[in-house]
Ligand binder design. Structure first.
Ligand SMILES: *Cc1c(COP(=O)(O)O)cnc(C)c1O
Length: 410
């Protein structure tokens, strides 16, 4: 099965060398996927998109019809997402919120704060108190907590943020103390909405659901112990993207069915999820051109225009980025045209470091310099996590492809 959509293949072939590398977003593929995710979830479960996975303006706007809101994790994301999507519900999370960021969030009318620590709760209460001269709104607070979960609940995850000592959220004792302050009426300027947890990324549907069940059960128990009502409960993001099986996707149908059962078992609060990568990873590709093909100590390398300073994902995660070759006939230089002699090649970039490897041992018999290579699953934690300025190569172009319209350069 091809890793490319028709629109992406056509664009990769048509782009000239001086238009490469280029990030290609298939906006129809994004909308179809987001619609399928939304349809797999029970209507009562809210879907927020974690903007840090990919905050491209066009991507955010395309997700508006399929999401209930956006999770932002910095003042920068907050301003950017507000500018891109207008008055959609925002939840402001993340550790180390500064007083300036909180004040800006209050000015922007942010609906929800995911509060990460006792100090942050005091800071927020104080700033809201001051802010009330300007606005009567009481922001909703979700206490981010780190509930005890069974030891193997996070075992399959790629990035665990909870269940062990962590700078994220509050441990059960601190969370109980925070809820107690609400129960005793000590935080009159804030409205307690409920609890929030985000404990791991990279869990499959079965593991994600098992974790959500534990989080929901612990949240209900904690709220009951503290004598507060639970109106909202966010169970996090982290739905897996499997780079070793690019044709497969998180099993949204069984996850959605499980969330429906969970909502029935624990009636009351609105359940919410906030995935990032699993919504957008599949809509982005990094297309480039092979500059050179060479051999070293029995291995073959294809050096491409660009590299991990544009697509850091494989270096950051230590994987091979799924790749597909689009052969082209044109070759602008006199012969010979460098080509692969064996059947496997490693794709490397233009950086002067051995870490600049995009994918190793990719089957690519007959690959020639000048051919296009397109890296898939580059729609999340890709361009935006990359060290763009290292070596001062030019930035990639960006195109948002839509069927039936001339694609728009970004
Ligand atoms: C990063 C993050 C997410 C999204 O994680 P994904 O693995 O991209 O789904 C959701 N919630 C919080 C609090 C995060 O930090």
């Amino acid at each position: 099965m091809s890793l490319l959509t028709g629109a992406v293949r056509d664009a990769a072939r048509a782009l000239s060398p001086d238009e490469l590398p280029c990030y290609l977003y298939d906006m129809d593929a994004l909308e179809q996927h987001a619609a399928a995710v939304r349809a797999a979830l029970p209507p009562s479960v809210e879907l927020y998109y974690a903007a840090k996975a990919n905050p491209e303006r066009e991507v955010l706007r395309a997700l508006v019809p399929y999401t209930d809101g956006f999770e932002v994790s910095s003042g920068g994301e907050l301003a950017h997402v507000r500018g891109a999507v207008g008055p959609r519900p925002l939840a402001f999370g993340g550790p180390g919120k500064t007083p300036e960021e909180i004040a800006a969030a209050l000015d922007a009318g942010v609906e929800r704060f995911h509060v990460e620590s006792p100090h942050e709760l005091r800071l927020l209460a104080r700033l809201v108190g001051r802010h009330r001269e300007r606005s009567a709104n009481r922001p909703k607070v979700l206490i981010r907590f780190d509930p005890p979960v069974e030891a193997d609940a996070l075992a399959g995850s790629v990035l665990a943020m909870g269940g062990r000592p962590t700078p994220f959220g509050m441990d059960p004792a601190e969370a109980a103390e925070a809820l107690g302050q609400f129960a005793r009426g000590e935080l009159p300027d804030l409205e307690l909405a409920g609890l929030h947890a985000h404990m791991a990324s990279g869990l499959d549907a079965h593991a994600q659901l098992a974790l959500a069940e534990q989080v929901v059960a612990e949240a209900h128990a904690l709220a009951a112990r503290c004598g507060v009502a639970l109106r909202e409960l966010t169970v996090g993001g982290g739905m897996a993207v499997d780079y070793t099986r690019p044709g497969e996707r998180f099993d949204w149908a069984s996850f959605g069915a499980g969330m429906a059962r969970l909502a029935e078992r624990f009636p009351g609060p609105v359940l919410r999820i906030e995935p990032g990568r699993a919504l957008t990873a599949y809509c982005g590709w990094y297309a480039t051109q092979v500059l050179d093909v060479k051999r070293s100590h029995g291995e073959e390398f294809a050096v491409v225009r660009g590299g991990t300073h544009h697509l850091r994902t494989p270096a950051a995660k230590g994987h091979d980025q799924p790749a597909e070759v689009v052969p082209v006939a044109d070759w602008e230089h006199p012969p010979p045209r460098p080509e692969v002699r064996g059947d496997r090649v490693s794709f490397t970039g233009q950086l002067c470091t051995p870490k600049d490897v995009l994918a190793r041992g990719v089957p690519a018999p007959g690959l020639r310099a000048g051919d296009r290579v397109v890296f898939a699953l580059a729609g999340a934690y890709a361009w935006n996590i990359s060290h763009h300025d290292f070596l001062m190569h030019p930035p990639p172009a960006v195109r948002f492809l839509r069927a039936g319209t001339a694609d728009a350069a970004g």
